[in-house]
Design a protein around this ligand. Sequence first.
Ligand code: URA
Length: 432
Amino acid sequence: MIRPAELIQRKRDGEEIADGEIAGLVLGYATGEVPDYQMAAFCMAVYFRGLSSRETFALTDAMIRSGETIDLGAALGRKVVDKHSTGGVGDKTSLAVGPIVAACGVPLGKMSGRGLGHTGGTLDKLESIPGFRTELTIDEFVAQVRDVGVAIIGQTADLVPADKLLYGLRDVTATVDQVSLIAASIMSKKLAAGAHAIVLDVKVGDGAFMKTLEEARALAETMIGLGREAGRQVVCLLTDMDQPLGAAVGNALEVREALETVRGRGPADFTELVLDACARLLALSDLGIDEQEGRRRAESAVGDGSAEAAWRRWIEAQGGDADESALPRAAVVREVTAPADGHVTALGATAIGNAALHLGAGRRTKEDTIDHGVGVVCRAKRGDAVRRGEVIAEIHARDEPAADEGARDVLAAYAIGPDPPHERPVLLEVVY
Ligand code: URA
């Protein structure tokens, strides 16, 4: 029997907690014996005191053991790949990567999360598609990866239920941005879902949980270590999150942009990241090709329409309406214009993420419901030349007062100066 109050106190005072105690706490939380308020206090103690590698491993292991696990490789008789992002603003990468990789003949099975703080979540984006089911049974998940080549699902009562609960709790208790909690949350999902090769997109900068390259490297190394212990291949891309990725921020808006990218008509920065991630996943797969050939095949799947066909098969297989016109739209669309001639020198990712959150695209409390149609489209990005009065962004809002507030927030996120800023590529570094 563990005593949660005692564990909270020991962690608060900087002590290491034994593996069995961490397991007791996590499994107790998953079964409802440990209440939210004690788990929240424990997460806050971890936020300030951190976890050792051993404790991080024990936490990941306990989260995996809170539910069932899948051996996708054994079920399909071949190597399955997976990708995950640490969370950003406008990050709809998985939505485009899944069907492209599937169109290249490599199965991708993925367990995703919901929005956290000012960042959006893949599941929330997918649920803007009418009818789309994120809660498949394990058998349905395995069958879909085998038959359709791609499936993206949420944590369920069967798969990593502890992460489902903890993720929601951390979101509303300011305990998201902690290396061990992020690493355990992401890697428990990756290891339980059974893929053998995993590409992790570690976001760095203003809109990311990791603000500096050093912090991002530490998170990358922690996750690579957890993967190695479990016998998986893990590659981490450290990518820019000083500004939103692509143009669209908000659930249905991002689904539309991901589909446009699968058709070869996406924004430049987002397209580059998607193709790079696809190239690396294909190189890690059982196709026996290198990254260059992976990139060529990903580009040709986009160019010849096979990626779009895979998108449709995937959405329909999960019960969704693949017709774009079925996606929800906001009642009001307001344009934001440049106040002066010049260049966009910065576009705050957190500020845009928060503007989208306040418009209703994310949750402020665990019980909040999401408005899937609302959000922001950033027409001008860092480095773009703009003229006074030119449209730099669109606010998609549920009503006029919300559009007024959104327009103010988004304008404040733009810095416009006379000179172009230094170029910062979307891919900053790769950690193996
Ligand atoms: N993504 C996750 O799945 N978990 C986190 O804690 C952060 C990002």
